[in-house]
Write a protein that binds this ligand. Structure first.
Ligand code: UD1
Length: 416
């Protein structure tokens, strides 16, 4: 596991180009399992979750060539099973269930293990497949799902789960008849997957709204596609400028996708220049405190909640953050407290008392976005902070240390 050594209290400045979205590309790769032919993906980030997904696809017979930011996937016959250790390493592997069930009529997937950000059940995915005619058995450590041919169904989700929306949407492309998903998740990544599948020959409409309709077809082909920019990476760098009192520009970003964040930082006193594909931020002398609650899109993203807590330590006053998507997503605050942060924790909320002169310490990243929050806090802290467990950060941020260095931070990676 590598470490970052960060000398804090340097204002960041300059331009950072945002990479393709992790949460889109992982699903596009899986969606290719439904098709036939050679796919070319552009704007693919060099992150370890992408490498894990390459392992999953290769085990299923897909040929993959990857030299970031371009990936080529050649899909002919799909066979084999999903390696259990890869599913356990990355929950997004569960997304192979929909495509494999639709294409092969059966699938065995290891149950994803527990997770640092709380319980993550799969009932919405499984009940959707059952409504489409699948039988699902739980055999020890694996789910075994079977359906000679899935049929369309009118499915109402009890919660707009991102993963379930994508899984059912993918399975429905090859099902017999029409599937309607109600109370579907509306994230931009879901629109990206709809566009990708439609270019492969699927008939989907409604992504980005709560009702998605899929007319099943007999087969799907292949396509070339450019992944949308990563709104969470964009938000993280925007907050890196803000927490260090810096100014800079995000390039290759879709401002609409980070609307709630832009509103929030403006409310904190930042000045923004928003263009079609870029956002420039000028930090204020003094940050105002704020309140937020995470919510499914278009609400404030849970994947930016930890980074906002780090920023709240520098705001003048009391900020309150409610976590309404996951049930245990404040584990990283124990590490922020080691830097001197004043954080009161309740069950699903924290109150942060700022501003605090954070002081360097040795911290351990326990999950991806919590790890990003530790990096932000270290950028603001006095002295030299060590962050261990950087492999969590590498899952979703391409070369974070190099990119922060270019913006004027002092960050070193130590491999051990
Ligand atoms: C995706 C994102 C993740 C993000 C999350 C919410 C990927 C790879 N990951 O995760 O970064 O934080 O969306 O925006 O795209 N739930 C159930 N039953 C289910 C499914 C989900 O109760 O069958 C619950 C979960 O436990 C969680 C909530 O619904 O509390 C949200 O989960 P979901 O939207 O499914 O997130 P993921 O797709 O896992």
């Amino acid at each position: 596991m590598g470490k970052f050594i960060i000398e804090g209290q340097r204002s960041l400045g300059g331009k950072v180009r945002i990479n393709g979205a992790k949460n889109s590309v992982l699903k596009l790769m899986v969606a290719a399992l439904l098709g036939q032919g050679t796919f070319s993906l552009e704007n693919v980030p060099q992150i370890t979750d992408v490498n894990t997904m390459i392992g999953v696809l290769r085990a299923l017979g897909v040929q993959v060539q990857f030299q970031a930011p371009r990936m080529q996937l050649s899909v002919s016959s799909v066979q084999g099973s999903t390696p259990q250790e890869l599913v356990k390493a990355m929950r997004a592997s569960i997304q192979v269930m929909g495509p494999l069930l639709a294409r092969l009529g059966h699938v065995e997937v290891a149950k994803p293990g527990g997770c640092a950000i709380g319980r993550r059940p799969l009932d919405i995915h499984l009940s959707g497949f059952q409504q489409m005619g699948a039988s699902i058995e739980s055999e020890g450590d694996v789910f075994v799902a079977r359906a000679p041919r899935l049929h369309g169904a009118d499915i109402s989700f009890r919660y707009p789960s991102v993963g379930a929306t994508e899984n059912i949407m993918m399975a429905a492309t090859l099902a017999k008849g029409r599937t309607v998903i109600r109370n579907a998740a509306r994230e931009p990544e879901i629109v990206d997957i709809q566009d990708f599948l439609n270019q492969m020959g699927a008939r989907i409409k409604g992504a980005g709204t709560p009702v998605i309709t899929i007319e099943g077809v007999h087969e799907l082909g292949c396509t070339d596609f450019t992944v949308i920019p990563d709104r969470i990476e964009a938000g993280t760098y925007l907050l890196a400028f803000l927490i260090t009192g810096g100014s800079g520009t995000l390039e290759n970003v879709i401002p609409e996708h980070i609307g709630p964040l832009l509103d929030l930082v403006q409310g904190m006193g930042a000045h923004l220049e928003v263009q079609e594909r870029a956002v420039e931020i000028l930090s204020p002398a003094k940050l105002r405190p704020f309140s937020l609650s995470t919510n499914p899109y278009p609400g404030f993203p849970t994947d930016l909640q930890p980074q906002m807590v780090a920023v709240a330590t520098q705001a003048h006053g009391q900020s309150e953050l409610v976590e309404a998507v996951f049930d245990k997503r404040f584990g990283y605050t124990a590490e922020l407290k080691k830097l001197g942060a004043h954080i009161d924790s309740k069950e699903q909320a924290v109150v942060v008392h700022g501003p605090t002169h954070l002081k360097a310490n040795t911290l351990l990243a326990g999950d991806l976005r919590g790890g990003a929050a530790l990096v932000l806090a270290a950028l603001a802290a006095g002295g030299s902070t060590t962050i261990e467990g950087v492999d969590h950060i590498d899952r979703g941020y391409e070369s974070m240390e190099t990119r922060l260095l270019r913006l004027g931070a002092s960050v070193k990676r130590i491999a051990n």
